[in-house]
Design a protein around this ligand. Structure first.
Ligand SMILES: *Cc1c(COP(=O)(O)O)cnc(C)c1O
Length: 358
């Protein structure tokens, strides 16, 4: 049996996308039309937020939220934002692009998301914002919301891996990515900002459109970051099956949890309260041999992530003093099993058998 980590062709074949794409082509209107309006409304409803603004990517969604926070006077140059080091680099890149100072935080062993106690230890008088990541599709540690309240901090969530988790009313804004491999993926790049804050929504839209609300009048210095009509049409179609897809991911995760011989193999995984299983991680000191074993039996796996942010060449000079032992251990021991929503029970059984044979 051959099982790729993720088969995007198979995911997209479940939707009649050619019809939707042709309709947009025929319409002669490719940006800021009815498809994006429709998708923004549908995604806001889905997320239980008042507003949704489609943007060019997940990185842009994060960057635009932070720039809007500056316009609103919630943060200023040099203020600190606490983020996990166990994440995709977009999280730190957005903080740096917005002219803010990232502080890297340790994660919680239960969920691999930012640890509330460790975050609280990093709070000082320059801290204004917590930016946790719903890594692997796991929800944030709710105690982070208490830490934010105690210290008067805003919370922005990197929800790029977590389409389908509930929005926390205390969170100022959630940043989504529609990179093709995400739980809700486009046929290219895309992203969205969801929020209940009307002012933030207005500023994000303005900044994403060259700082303009009225054609050829530019109130702010902005950028060009738009979700186009083709991608919006694809996403509207795929949003219809997102809950069903996430239930399938959860079913596969429950099988892995029950049927993999965790103790005998000295393996571990996450133990979340709430998760949409964008990634199903297993942790083992024999990670590389397990990866090879599965590869030789036709099963492709990935690593999330082989290096934490503070060990990446592009960022490490800023963090020479930073030591995050748990994060580093996770990067050394993590292996992601296939968990696409189309994966059959036979394929899951095969994966489980081959892991147990290791
Ligand atoms: C995918 C991802 C992003 C960035 O999304 P892009 O659309 O590729 O810019 C940000 N954060 C996390 C945690 C991600 O997984």
């Amino acid at each position: 049996m051959q099982i790729p980590y993720l088969d995007l062709k198979r995911i997209n074949a479940c939707h009649n996308l050619s019809g939707r794409l042709s309709a947009v082509l025929e319409s002669g209107w490719y940006l800021k039309g009815k498809e994006i309006l429709q998708f923004e409304q549908a995604f806001a409803t889905y997320c239980h937020t008042q507003y949704c603004a489609g943007v060019g990517s997940g990185l842009d969604a994060l960057t635009l939220i932070l720039l809007a926070c500056k316009e609103m006077g919630l943060v200023k140059d040099g203020n600190e934002v606490i983020i996990p080091s166990l994440t995709f680099v977009a999280t730190i890149e957005a903080v740096l692009r917005a002219g803010l100072t990232p502080r890297l935080c340790e994660v919680n062993p239960q969920t691999c998301t930012m640890d509330a106690d460790e975050a609280e230890r990093l709070v000082n008088r320059r801290t204004r914002l917590l930016l946790p990541v719903q890594l692997y599709g796991c929800d944030i540690d709710r105690r982070l919301l208490d830490v934010a309240e105690t210290h008067g901090l805003e919370v922005v969530v990197d929800a790029a891996q977590a389409h389908g988790l509930k929005h926390h009313p205390q969170v100022l804004a959630d940043a989504y990515s529609f990179y093709p491999a995400k739980n809700l993926g486009a046929l290219g790049d895309g992203g969205a900002v969801t929020t209940d804050n009307g002012q933030l929504d207005r500023i994000v839209r303005c900044l994403a459109n060259y700082g303009s609300e009225e054609k050829y009048t530019h109130r702010l210095r902005g950028l060009n970051s738009r979700l186009d009509e083709l991608q919006a049409a694809v996403l509207s179609s795929k949003l219809n099956t997102l809950d069903q897809d996430n239930r399938r991911r959860n079913h596969l995760a429950q099988r892995y949890l029950k049927e993999i011989e965790w103790q005998r193999l000295e393996l571990d995984t996450i133990h979340p309260d709430s998760c949409v299983y964008h990634v199903f991680p297993v942790f083992t000191d024999r990670r590389d041999p397990l990866k090879d074993h599965l590869k030789n039996r036709g099963i492709e796996t990935l690593l999330h992530y082989p290096l934490p942010v503070h060990r990446q060449e592009a960022y490490r000079s800023r963090f020479a003093e930073v030591s995050l032992p748990l994060t580093e251990q996770i990067c050394r021991t993590e292996l992601s099993l296939p968990i696409g929503p189309y994966l059959s029970d036979e394929e899951a059984s095969y994966i489980i058998r081959q892991v147990n044979a290791f």
